[in-house]
Design a protein around this ligand. Structure first.
Ligand code: ZN
Length: 196
């Protein structure tokens, strides 16, 4: 945690339920523990069905950014965004690589950020999917054409080899897991991604 507090801008927390995605990561006990030592804004990525069950507790833990999957929200996407805003947090909508980017367009101007998965949600260490660059560029163009403000976050297989291309395509927030935690110098790895 000390390294994340020094090197990261946000602390990204992957929450998996074993239902929307096959793996289970961690629950509230870990988020409670992280919240006590985090010196950077926490960004919770809910890879769960019924993400709304998490919102209040995340707010109570001081989480700043919450994203949930469009695939898990169906027709509740707008009400989820409103609920997150009502708790004083920033709302993000996430999609897996097989969901067309245009399905996010109705939420431009409403969501604070969009999370484009550049691997399939649920497993660490997967290879980056290169078509993600086109998906980011497509979303960025739509956001700009509407004069809206929304950050684009990219999650999955991000590292020094693609950080510059991702930023060029329009990514604002890069989520790194293996690239940082498997590096001998995590703080330097985070700085290298920032400067790519
Ligand atoms: Zn994530």
């Amino acid at each position: 945690m000390e390294k994340l507090n020094r090197g990261a801008d946000w602390i990204h927390l992957d929450v998996m339920d074993g239902t929307l995605v096959p793996n289970i990561s961690f629950g509230f006990s870990v988020i409670d523990a992280v919240s006590k030592v985090a010196a950077r804004p926490m960004d919770a990525h809910l890879m769960v069905v019924h993400p709304e069950r998490w919102f209040e507790r995340l707010a109570a833990d001081g989480v700043s950014y919450v994203s949930f999957h469009l695939e898990a929200a169906l027709r509740s996407t707008s009400s989820h965004i409103d609920a997150i805003h009502g708790l004083g947090m920033k709302a993000g909508v996430a999609i897996n690589p097989d969901v067309p980017v245009r399905r996010l367009f109705p939420y431009i101007g409403k969501a604070d950020f969009f999370l484009i998965m550049s691997v399939f949600a649920g497993f660490g260490g997967q290879k980056f999917i290169y078509e993600s660059l086109d998906r980011i560029a497509e979303l960025k163009a739509e956001i700009l054409s509407r004069g809206a403000e929304a950050l684009i976050e990219v999650d999955g297989g991000v590292g020094s080899g693609n950080a510059a291309s991702l930023k060029e395509a329009g990514a604002d927030v890069l989520v790194a897991g293996s690239a940082v935690f498997k590096s001998p110098d995590a703080v330097a790895a985070m700085q290298a991604l920032r400067e790519a």
